[in-house]
Write a protein that binds this ligand. Structure first.
Ligand code: TMP
Length: 236
């Protein structure tokens, strides 16, 4: 599989076309941004970790019945994926209070919820990805009701699979963001699942093993990504 043309460059990934109109190649960068691109930096080794971690988890999710865009890992940083039309919704699942939820609700971080919660943001950098609900999404024609229902069902299923899997690595899955795409009329999981897009805390020490170390200048950013990668045991 060969890269043809650069189709799109995002904050953390480049996307290339291939000979096959149904297949794209994503290339993960070490670049990191936060606060809608206001804060910029580099996390050395992040591209390879996020690529390999996403693929590993997407394969697990496929086994559990969640369709994904994954086709084949080409090398450390690059993966062939199905070309989808991204649904412009960021889907956020939370198991514990943290981040914008804790701030908005005036809560401390790390309080476990009675049940997982789900929210949508409208994927729009100019607007700073505003919080929206299902009715806004329908009114703005961002997706159909059937699509939103499928997305919701898959998102909670992804949470159950990931929560259990991370628990086996002594990691608490605090929250995460995922994105879905349309592929020949079907909703499938796209984008990535990585320490960039999840909050992952050590179960015993509550040490943050994710991008909050970069967002909040906590130090040991690379170590945190390496630690998650090590616990995944992908190299074994
Ligand atoms: P939040 O608490 O800042 O709303 O973040 C919720 C989750 O979404 C957290 O796991 C980090 C992830 N996230 C992204 O993947 N991309 C983003 O742009 C933001 C703001 C959050």
């Amino acid at each position: 599989m060969e890269k043809k043309e650069l189709l799109y460059e995002g904050k953390a990934k480049k996307v290339y076309t291939t000979e096959d109109p149904d297949v794209l190649i994503v290339s993960y960068k070490d670049d990191a941004t936060a606060f809608n691109g206001l804060k910029k930096g580099t996390i050395v080794g992040k591209g390879a970790i996020n690529n390999r971690m996403t693929n590993y988890i997407f394969k697990k999710l496929e086994e559990k019945g969640v369709p994904t865009h994954y086709i084949e890992e080409l090398n450390d940083r690059e993966t062939a994926v199905k070309k989808v039309e991204i649904v412009p919704l960021e889907v956020i699942i939370r198991n514990f209070s943290a981040g914008s939820f804790a701030k908005k609700m005036g809560m401390e971080e790390g309080v476990q919820f009675k049940c997982p919660t789900l929210e949508f943001s409208y994927k729009n950098d100019d607007l700073g990805d505003p919080f929206i609900n299902k009715y806004y999404a329908l009114a703005l024609d961002l997706a159909t009701e059937e699509e939103i229902d499928a997305i919701t069902r898959y998102a909670f299923q992804v949470n159950e699979v990931m929560k259990e899997y991370f628990a086996s690595l002594n990691i608490e899955l605090i929250d995460f963001k995922i994105e879905f795409g349309r592929y020949h009329g079907q909703i499938i999981l796209a984008d990535e699942v990585s320490p960039d897009t999840c909050r992952l805390w050590d179960k015993d020490t509550h040490e943050k093993l994710d991008k909050d170390r970069f967002r909040r200048d906590l130090g040991n950013v690379e170590d945190a990504y390496q630690e998650v990668f090590r616990r995944l045991g992908i190299d074994k």
